[in-house]
Every structure is written in structure tokens, then in C-alpha cells.
Design a protein around this ligand. Structure first.
Ligand code: B3K
Ligand code: ZN
Length: 862
């Protein structure tokens, strides 16, 4: 007998080159929801129109929908479902298509479509969640005007919100009520949103630059209302900044934000109704750290800025995701720079890029900011599309200059308002407005991998010649790379005087190799290059002994000063890791000069003193043993801590003057410096640090102080750690976001014992895989702690593989986010590499993997 069983077909890839415009458009849609967590009925009425000359049927995507009825122009139709699509033959140029479906929000654990979270009903549609609500051509280039009616039980769901402006409300039968909303702006279905629940509101208003009054609302659980002030402040700042920096005015009468506790990522820019992870809304001094406050302002601004870069002008297809995400990240970064210290912000941005994006660009999942293919688009919400995408926009601004860049974005918004467009359309608008040729620049959209740039300044009697070269290593599917356009902000600093001998200029490196001549130098010069990290590259600069130390105190660019000390530390650490000499003296001297400098503010000192991360060190080597990296880094940390103990202690004590009520750069910087100095003291003198941390924990007036003290105590271990962890838990047990910290801190301890602790914590009554924040706090923190995760016995990998498999069964999108941690095996010594591969193989062998996990695992094995 023939065995007809075959392995399930591997999910297939979708290619950018296969894009075709939609066969049918949907200019208008009316939705009617009878809301109930157990069974919600969705009636939809689509006005469809044929797009061009063809006789193709209308195809509507649907997923996990129970189709109850279908009518076309009022007449019932037979149901024809092919591959999750409802296929409808239509004869005329237009038609009215009505469907009725039932869905089950209460059991929707994927958190895509309409789902239930802490008694609320809410939606998440980007990228392809709308098809889990109703049958629809679920693609971003189909733009429709939405009219939405919702009815629900009045007691359980007193508040009913959707996109746009409210039209009417009323009472229904059996204790129900209803509301109608209308959004006048055509939008793709991924921007649809609805929220129903028992919510309280922080209301405020904003007057736009043309004098229109916008009603603002931040909707949360009643008890959380006092924690919404910072998000509201940030929203109003962001609205004003976007008017001034980009000429963008808000366009509806209402702008609402809702916070929900079960959310797959940070927040979502639905038109007029942003839905947020509570983590990026709720904050007060006792429960949120300075980092949390800053992240809230950045995310609130980011989602608000999407109103123009994403909503008014949207993406033609998902390959263009960086069109809205890269641009919007760049916009939120610029906003944060304007609100705080530009140098501190830039250092943070670069640290994130190096920690998350450079490894991605160097690994099996490398892809250009505009990918060419995907199996599951959700896997492409990456640091590459977002953060490298933002770097690409930043470079465009550097190349064009602020004025032409602004002309370009003005033209882009004006030309494409109401359209779904491509990255090419954006570049073209900048090109047209500035008159600059950006042909070669476009390679940034197509080519993956982080360019490596070598620089050497050759001095002679008349001046100096700067020799530059660039090279991008091969990435999967892209063996040959071409030179890209690199704007390198460069200056020459007098070695003796510390003056700028050659003031900052932008050198455009466009060739594989290039030389630049500087004449008439009056003294030996130090090369200050890629100032403010003007290009997202790995620099390799030929340095004479003493140069980095000199730049670390005298460079006229704050970022470059930071970078000089980082580079000095990096070189010593790499020498130690390569079993060469680890000479701590130059680093100690430079660290001392930084710590005691009068010219640096506390935040810059705190940043500059932090050693390069273990991940960054691993990135700089072909393969490595994480235990060796950890040991060498710890050795240098202890050496610095011991040599500078007095200065560190003085700064630690002095930094306690930070005003707990204040979020100024100075006060945040002092708190940051306190954390950095305490970290060094912990490496040098654990007993002293334990005592300081205990005192700091007990007298903490802010979460910033309490959290950093707890982190140090947990790292040092012992009864003090247990006592503080128990206190922290009891103090904050009612606050989910703080309990996430409690899980995260314990999972981040670089110790052999961490895995066992993590296993115990996974059995804690407050742990659940169903809540992405909680899961990330435990599994994400653990996987991001190299020494704990990369155990020589491979148990860390096995544990994470189990988490991925279990999570995949309930929430594939979130499960797939953990796979990249297992994709780094090529960078590990052979023993760990084999164990990591084994964990990946085990995942891959499971039947019924989601597309999300399948794609990430198959590419990681690659
Ligand atoms: N656009 C959303 C991200 C949606 C992720 C979907 N998998 C949030 C943001 O980038 O603003
Ligand atoms: Zn975004």
C-alpha cells in the first residue's frame, strides 16, 4: 500500500519582486461588533471596486474565523474558501460584500486580532491581524474609510473606543450599550483598532499650530491613573515638536492612548487610537526607573509621529516597513535628543545598535533594511529595519544638510499624503527637493552587513593624508558587496593644544579606497573620525600609543570622547581575551581622567566608564568562549575598581545629591553615575559594595536607586541579596511591571547558579508564559546574560529551546523573538557551538512549528 503521509510542506517565502497591485480596492468599510469575550459577532460591509482591467475574483484573507454568512449586493452567496481565503466571483466594476463571522477573543492567545487582556477587549492588527477579525484584503496598499459600531455589556465594557472621531452612543437591550466611530482618513486595515472595557481616563488638550483644539485621553485601569502624567507630558511635547521640526500638525479632534498589559511588543500607532503596552505608559518615581521614564517618552513620541510617517503616508507592502519604522525611529531619536542631552542620547542609541543590530547584521538572520523575501513578516520587525533604518535616515540628513532634508520630507509628505508608498518614493522625494543624486546611497536599502572602515592618518612636514577604505563582509545570500556612501564627520585635534586644527567636516567615503589631504597643520594631529557616530560602521583606526588616551580627554565631540575610551578598553580587553597581555594601566589612567574631569557632566562620565559589553567583545572575534570574555572583562573591572577606589567612592557619595523629584539631565546623570561607580566598587570590594548597596536599597527614594542597588546585591549574592529580593517582591507584589523587574534582575545575574534560579522562577505562581512582558523578563533577560546563558554544558540552550517550543504553541510571534539568541553558534567555540546547534535541531524536528519559529530556526541552522 502506498504511504500517502508526507512531511508538511515547508512554509514558502514571499518575494518583494513579486509585488502586484491589488485586484480589488475597498474604498469604504462598515463594521458592526457585538462584543463578547467568548463569542464576538463581526458584521462587515465592504464597498469593493475593481482595480484595473481583469476578470479575477475578489480574494479576502481570513484566519480562525467562523464564517456565518456571505452576501453580495444583498444576495446570499455560497461560501468558497481556498487556502484561508474567501474567493468571490464578481461581474461588475463595484459590489457590496457583506460577511458575518464569529470570533473568540477570550482564547486568542496569539494576541493578534481581537483579544482579551485583563478584562479588556482590544485589537492588534499590524501586520496581518485584521484577517483574524473579519474577511478582508489584508495588505497595506488597500486603503479604506472606516465606520465602526460596537455594542457590549454596559457594566463590563463601559468604555467603547475606535479610530477617528466619535459619532454617537446609545443604550441597547439587556444592559448593553453601543457607540459609533468614524475615521475620515482612509487607512490600511493594519491601523484599525478597537478597545472596550472598564477604563479611567486622564484627559488633557492640545492646541495645534493652526489653533485647532485636540482632545487627548490616556485610558488605563482606574488604579493606574496617577501614573499617566509623564506619558501625557511626553505626548504634548511630541505634538509640539513635530509641528516645529517637521511641520506636521495633528489632524483629528481626538487622540487616544490605551494601556493594556498583554501586548506582543511596545505599542501600536493605530490611527487616533494608539494601543500601548502598560510598560510604555505607566510611571511614577517609586515604580519606574529613569530608563523607564525615558523609554515612555520615546515610545509615546514614536507612536504619535507615526500619525504622519506611517498613517497619513503608509507602506505599499511589508517589504517597505523601514519606510515608516526607520524614519519614525529617527524622528523619535531626534525628539529625545531635543528633550535631553544630545550626546547622552546618541551614546544610548549607538549602544543599542551595537548590542542588537550589529550582531544581527553579522549573523544568519542578516537582511537589508528593505528585505527581499520573508516567510513571516513579523520576524522582520528587527533592529535592522528599525535602528539601522534610522541610521540610514540620519545619514541622509547629514549628507543633505538640515535644510534640504526638511525640504525633502515636506515634499515627501505632500506628494504622498493618503498613499501607500515605497522606500524608493522617500529617497526620490529627498533627491527631487535637494537636487542631489542619491543613486549610490540607495545601496543602503539593498545591502545587508555592517561596513568596516579602516582609517590611517599619515603625517608629513606639510600636513597629513587620511587614508580610508571600506569593506562590507558577505551575508547570507549576498556574497559580493559594493561600496556604500559613508558620511564621516571628521576633525583633526592638536595633540599638544587640544584645539581643532581642522574643524569638523563631512567626508563622503564613496569608493573602496580614498585619500584626503590636509595642509598647513601647525602641530601633530589626532584623528577624530566618525564623530557623533555619523555612519553606522565598525571603525578600525590606526593609532599611536597614547592617542586614544589623549582623545578621551580632549576630543571636541562628546561622542568621540566616549568612543576613544571605549576603544581603549576594547583593545585591552581583546588583547586579554586573545591571551595577550592585559595592561590595565592606560585604561585606569584614562578612566581616572574621565571620572575626575571638570568638563564632563555626570551622565557622560557614567556612560564613558562602562566597559564594552560581553556581546560587543564577542562580535569583534571570529569565535570565542563566553566564559573567557567574562573573566577578562571582570578582571579589568576589578583592576579599575581597585585602582580608583577612592575616586569612585567619592563620586558615589557625591552623586547621592541627585534630586529624587527631578528628571533633569543632571539628576538622571547623577543617578546613573551612582550605579556605574557602585558596579566598579562591587568588582573591587564586594563587602563594601554589599553594604553600600544595602543602604542604598533601603534609603532609595526612586526606583532608579532601588533597582540598581538590588541588581548589585543580586549579583553579589548571599543573605543580603535574598532579603532584598524578598522585600522587593513584597513591597511591589501588586504591580506587574515591577514584578517583571524582579524576575528580570534575578535572570540577569552572571553566575553559574542563574539557570537553576530561572528554572525555579518559571515555576513561581506569578510566572506565566501567556504574558509577553513576564516571559521576556525571565527568558529574554536570561538569554541576554552571556555568562549565565552560555553554560559549557548547554543547559541554558536547552532551557531556552523548551521555552520557545512551549511558547510557540500559544504565541508564535513572541516565541520566534527568542530564536536569534540560539542563532549565534558560529561565533562560539566548538563545544558550545555544537550544543547550541543541537538545541536548534531539536526545535526544528518538532512537528507543527509556526511559520514564525520555522523561519528563524531554519535560517539559524542555515
Ligand atoms: N508598528 C508597531 C509594531 C508592530 C509590530 C507587529 N509585529 C509599533 C511601532 O513600531 O511603532
Ligand atoms: Zn514604529
Amino acid at each position: 500500500m502506498l504511504d500517502v503521509r508526507t512531511a508538511p510542506a515547508a512554509p514558502s517565502a514571499i518575494h518583494r519582486a513579486d509585488y502586484r497591485p491589488p485586484d480589488w480596492l475597498v474604498p469604504a468599510i462598515a463594521l458592526d461588533f457585538t462584543l463578547d469575550p467568548e463569542r464576538t459577532i463581526v458584521r462587515s460591509r465592504l464597498e469593493v471596486s475593481r482595480n484595473g482591467e481583469h476578470d479575477l475574483p475578489l480574494r479576502l484573507a481570513g484566519e480562525e474565523l467562523d464564517l456565518l454568512s456571505l452576501r453580495v449586493d444583498g444576495e446570499p452567496r455560497e461560501l468558497l474558501i481556498e487556502d484561508d481565503q474567501l474567493v468571490i466571483d464578481l461581474t461588475g466594476a463595484t459590489a457590496v460584500v457583506e460577511t458575518e463571522v464569529a470570533i473568540r477573543p477570550a482564547t486568542n492567545t496569539k494576541l493578534m486580532g481581537l483579544y482579551s487582556s485583563g478584562g479588556l477587549l482590544c485589537t492588534q492588527c499590524e501586520s496581518q491581524g485584521f484577517r483574524r477579525i473579519t474577511y478582508f484584503p489584508d495588505r497595506p496598499d488597500v486603503l479604506s474609510k472606516y465606520r465602526v459600531r460596537m455594542s457590549a455589556d454596559r457594566t463590563a465594557f463601559p468604555v467603547l473606543l475606535s479610530n477617528g472621531n466619535p459619532l454617537a452612543t446609545g443604550e441597547g437591550e439587556n444592559g448593553t450599550h453601543w457607540a459609533e466611530w468614524e475615521d475620515p482618513f482612509p487607512k490600511p486595515c493594519y491601523l484599525f483598532a478597537l478597545v472596550a472595557g472598564d477604563l479611567a481616563v486622564n484627559r488633557d488638550s492640545f492646541t495645534t499650530m493652526t489653533g485647532r483644539e485636540v482632545e487627548l485621553g490616556i485610558w488605563v485601569r482606574e488604579a493606574d491613573l496617577p501614573k499617566t502624567g509623564h506619558a501625557m507630558w511626553a505626548l504634548k511635547q511630541a505634538m509640539a515638536w513635530d509641528e516645529q521640526a517637521y511641520g506636521r500638525e495633528y489632524d483629528l479632534d481626538r487622540f487616544n492612548i490605551v494601556a493594556v498589559s498583554d501586548f506582543n511588543f511596545g505599542a501600536m500607532e493605530n490611527k487616533g487610537l494608539n494601543i500601548f503596552n502598560t510598560r510604555y505608559v505607566l510611571a511614577d518615581r517609586e515604580t519606574a526607573s529613569d530608563g523607564d521614564f525615558d523609554a515612555i517618552a520615546a515610545v509615546v513620541a514614536h507612536e504619535y509621529f507615526h500619525n504622519w510617517s506611517g498613517d497619513r503616508v503608509t507602506c505599499r507592502d511589508w517589504f517597505q516597513l523601514s519606510l515608516k519604522e526607520g524614519l519614525t525611529v529617527f524622528r523619535d531619536q531626534s525628539f529625545s535628543e531635543a528633550m535631553g542631552s544630545p550626546a547622552v542620547e546618541r551614546i544610548d542609541q549607538v549602544r543599542t545598535l551595537r548590542a542588537a543590530q550589529f550582531p544581527e547584521d553579522a549573523g544568519p538572520l542578516a537582511h537589508p533594511i528593505r528585505p527581499d523575501s520573508y516567510i513571516e513578516i513579523t520576524n522582520f520587525y528587527t533592529a535592522t529595519v528599525y535602528n539601522k533604518g534610522a541610521e540610514v535616515i540620519r545619514m541622509l540628513r547629514t549628507i543633505l544638510g538640515a535644510e534640504d532634508y526638511r525640504k525633502g520630507t515636506d515634499l515627501y509628505f505632500e506628494r504622498h499624503d493618503g498613499q501607500a508608498v515605497t522606500c524608493e518614493d522617500f529617497v526620490k522625494a529627498l533627491e527631487d527637493a535637494s537636487g542631489r543624486d542619491l543613486t549610490q546611497f540607495r545601496r543602503w536599502y539593498a545591502q545587508a552587513g555592517t561596513p568596516k572602515v579602516s582609517a590611517r592618518l599619515e603625517q608629513d612636514d606639510d600636513g597629513a593624508t587620511l587614508h580610508l577604505s571600506q569593506q562590507t563582509p558577505p551575508t547570507p545570500g549576498q556574497a559580493d558587496k559594493h561600496p556604500v556612501v559613508l558620511p564621516l564627520k571628521t576633525a583633526l585635534i592638536g595633540r599638544d593644544s587640544g584645539r581643532e586644527l581642522v574643524p569638523e567636516q563631512v567626508i563622503l567615503l564613496t569608493e573602496g579606497e580614498q585619500s584626503i589631504r590636509f595642509d598647513g597643520l601647525t602641530e601633530p594631529a589626532l584623528l577624530s573620525i566618525n564623530r557623533n557616530f555619523s555612519a553606522p560602521v565598525i571603525m578600525d583606526v590606526a593609532r599611536q600609543p597614547g592617542e586614544l588616551e589623549a582623545l578621551a580627554v580632549s576630543d571636541t565631540d562628546s561622542f568621540a570622547r566616549y568612543e576613544a575610551l571605549q576603544e581603549l578598553m576594547l583593545r585591552e580587553l581583546l588583547s586579554g581575551i586573545n591571551e595577550g597581555p592585559l595592561n590595565a594601566e592606560p585604561v585606569i589612567a584614562a578612566a581616572r581622567a574621565t571620572l575626575t574631569s571638570n568638563a564632563l557632566d555626570p551622565a557622560l562620565k557614567a556612560d564613558a566608564l562602562l566597559l564594552p559589553s560581553e556581546t560587543m567583545l564577542a562580535e569583534r572575534r571570529e569565535t570565542s568562549d563566553p566564559a573567557v570574555i567574562h573573566r577578562v572583562r571582570d578582571t579589568l573591572r576589578a583592576a579599575i575598581g581597585t585602582a580608583l577606589k577612592t575616586e569612585l567612592r567619592d563620586h558615589y557619595d557625591a552623586a547621592s545629591r541627585a534630586n529624587p523629584e527631578s528628571l533633569s539631565g543632571e539628576d538622571k546623570g547623577l543617578r546613573r553615575l551612582r550605579a556605574t561607580t557602585l558596579g566598579y566598587l562591587a568588582a573591587a570590594d564586594p563587602d563594601l559594595a554589599r553594604e553600600l548597596a544595602r543602604e542604598q536599597y533601603e534609603s532609595a527614594r526612586t526606583m532608579t536607586e532601588r533597582q540598581s542597588a538590588l541588581g548589585v546585591l543580586a549579583m553579589l549574592g548571599g543573605p543580603q541579596a535574598d532579603a532584598a529580593l524578598a522585600d522587593f517582591f513584597n513591597r511591589f507584589k501588586a504591580d506587574a511591571l515591577v514584578i517583571d523587574k524582579w524576575f528580570g534582575i534575578q535572570a540577569s545575574v552572571p553566575s553559574d547558579a542563574t539557570l537553576d534560579r530561572v528554572v525555579q522562577l518559571a515555576a513561581h505562581p506569578d510566572f506565566t508564559m501567556a504574558n509577553p512582558n513576564r516571559l521576556r523578563a525571565l527568558a529574554g533577560s536570561f538569554a541576554a546574560t552571556p555568562f549565565a546563558f552560555h553554560r559549557a554544558d548547554g543547559r541554558g540552550y536547552e532551557w531556552l529551546a523548551d521555552v520557545i517550543l512551549k511558547t510557540d504553541a500559544i504565541n508564535p510571534q513572541t516565541a520566534a523573538r527568542f530564536v536569534p539568541a540560539l542563532g549565534r553558534w558560529r561565533k562560539l567555540e566548538p563545544g558550545r557551538a555544537a550544543l547550541m546547534r543541537k538545541a536548534l535541531d531539536r526545535i526544528f524536528a518538532q512537528p507543527n512549528l509556526s511559520k514564525d519559529v520555522f523561519e528563524q530556526v531554519s535560517k539559524s541552522l542555515g
